[in-house]
Design a protein around this ligand. Structure first.
Ligand SMILES: Cc1cc2nc3c(=O)[nH]c(=O)nc-3n(C[C@H](O)[C@H](O)[C@H](O)COP(=O)(O)O)c2cc1C
Length: 222
């Protein structure tokens, strides 16, 4: 697949077929993705790939945490979005809820949708990206960003869909319990992976982008 086509084809997939993803395929994706750039080639990423019973345990553990009212305490917490960023977040939610037929006031269905994220959107596999706590946080995040996108692009080559998601690792204690990732590592993000269910309404989402002129400043051009 041509690189431009891959970039334009990739989208977040939030509904998957149950078919398992072969280990060799996942291995090939990581093999390609580790060619992503990193700060001074430090390759700060650590990759944990979870499927089967281990992933089922994490999905269940996450839902139990939610049901018990335990507040998430991710290894990489973030502040709430404000202003235009909040607006874009709301726009995305409106698009998803419209496709899924979830009414704004339907708290139950909204909660169900939230749970879906904590279940890795029912994907058969998840890639957990973590890094050593001794590392500088901001540069490491940059490295994890480059490998994340590269994983998502490489996955397309195998007909796989992905969704980079913070939700799956909001309870790092659950993920660590069932993967053996030690406390000395910071779990940064995860990526749900599987064969897309194209009949799933949210997969029809066409997310928006700002035009070039609104994100670009030209200097030294006529
Ligand atoms: C760092 C990061 C965290 C994300 N976390 C979530 C998440 O928790 N749940 C979710 O549904 N999507 C999540 N996404 C996916 C974004 O919502 C998605 O990339 C964005 O809406 C653009 O849509 P696209 O990926 O289809 O182009 C995340 C993406 C990134 C880069």
């Amino acid at each position: 697949m041509d690189v431009i086509e891959a970039i334009r084809t990739r989208k977040s997939i939030r509904g998957y077929k149950p078919d398992p993803v072969p280990k060799e395929v996942l291995r090939d994706i990581i093999d390609i993705a580790t060619w992503a750039p990193s700060s001074m080639n430090t390759q700060t990423w650590e990759v944990t790939i979870v499927a089967g019973e281990a992933l089922d345990n994490i999905k269940r553990g996450n839902l139990e945490m939610m049901a018990s009212g335990t507040l998430p305490s991710p290894d990489m917490p973030r502040d709430a979005f404000e202003g235009i960023y909040r607006q874009r977040q709301v726009d995305l939610a409106i698009q998803i809820f419209q496709l899924m037929g979830i009414a704004r006031e339907d708290k139950e269905k909204r909660a169900e949708w939230m749970q879906r994220g904590f279940r890795f959107f029912d994907a058969p596999a998840a890639i957990i990206l973590s890094a050593d706590r001794s590392l500088d946080e901001s540069w490491t995040l940059f490295d994890i960003g480059t490998i994340s996108q590269t994983i998502c692009l490489a996955a397309l080559n195998h007909g796989l869909g992905t969704c980079i998601e913070g939700q799956g690792v909001m309870y790092p204690e659950v993920v660590k319990k069932y993967t053996g990732i030690p406390e000395s590592k910071r779990i940064i993000i995860c990526i749900a992976v599987g064969y897309p269910d194209w009949d799933f309404p949210a997969n029809k989402l066409e997310s928006k982008r700002e035009p070039v002129e609104s994100v670009t400043t030209w200097c030294g051009f006529d």
